[in-house]
Ligand binder design. Sequence first.
Ligand SMILES: Nc1nc2c(ncn2[C@@H]2O[C@H](COP(=O)(O)OP(=O)(O)O)[C@@H](O)[C@H]2O)c(=O)[nH]1
Ligand SMILES: [Mg+2]
Length: 326
Amino acid sequence: MSFFKKLKERVLGKGTKQNEKYNAALTKARGNFADRLKLLAARYRSIDENYFEDLEEILIEADISVNIVFEIIEEVKKQARLDKITDPNDINEVLVDKMFVYYAKSGEDMDTELNLNEDGLSVILVVGVNGVGKTTSIAKLAYKLKNEGKKVVLVAGDTFRAGAIEQLDVWGERLDVEVVSAPMKSDPSSVYYDGVKRALEVGADVLICDSAGRLQTKVNLMGELSKMRRVLSKAVEGAPHEVMLIIDATTGQNGVLQAKSFAEATGVDSIILTKMDGTSKGGIILSIREELGIPVKYIGTGEKLEDLEEFDLEQYMYGLTSTMEG
Ligand SMILES: Nc1nc2c(ncn2[C@@H]2O[C@H](COP(=O)(O)OP(=O)(O)O)[C@@H](O)[C@H]2O)c(=O)[nH]1
Ligand SMILES: [Mg+2]
């Protein structure tokens, strides 16, 4: 059975709901990837150096970093020689297979489970640059955890940006979830302290901490993040149990680099890749894997509370390529 057929079968076997979400969220990305690869295959009767140059361009424009593109194209060429493939349509299939393998092999950790403390309070700290979708993702995550029967408390740790506290308050009201906050410009660490205290008081299962995302020097960032960590770990053993880094898929390579300084400044356990619905650059997932080596646990597929999906490599690759079949 062909790679695409197998992928389709596996993905549809996971139920239609998740599949529809991925398919819809990756519409733009698919247009800039699968549709272009199909056109490329139609332009070339068989593969040659020009073909591979055009292919390279499509991959780079999908936001796969250049070194990965070279590596993957080498792999594709090798396979083509080995299997005597000359039809570009068949090459497309080999390509997607190689991309899949690249993601799966470059990091051993594909687990999307949150590191929650089973008996006691779990603390999740959410970090990332301004505007990437931290607060929105926190609301989505709270919604999800609440639906799983968990008691959630939120901390408005972005005391820096005007409106940030109110924004979380509004979500809290909609979700019927308590939000702990302090006036603007308060020290975020002291708000976290209050948050933990309150979460323990009410017997919450999960405390999710919002944070400010202003870009600053790495030294400042490091100092601030380690202070937050210290406060949280003093208050609850093992906290923060999960530090989630938010990356905006529409910011491309630049966003990945910014994210890297956050990851280097504090230990990051996982990534939420937001705004997948708004980007035409689906290859970013490979760049994140290469640059950060941290597992993507969720993707943001829209602005609504339900628009958060567990990351699934098969769904993702299928969403990116489903129009390429046949
Ligand atoms: N389309 C889309 N918009 C999103 C997604 N996640 C966040 N946003 C929007 O991005 C903007 C910034 O989000 P916000 O949570 O305030 O970012 P923060 O500054 O990191 O807290 C808001 O308008 C959100 O509605 C997503 O997955 N898809
Ligand atoms: Mg925010």
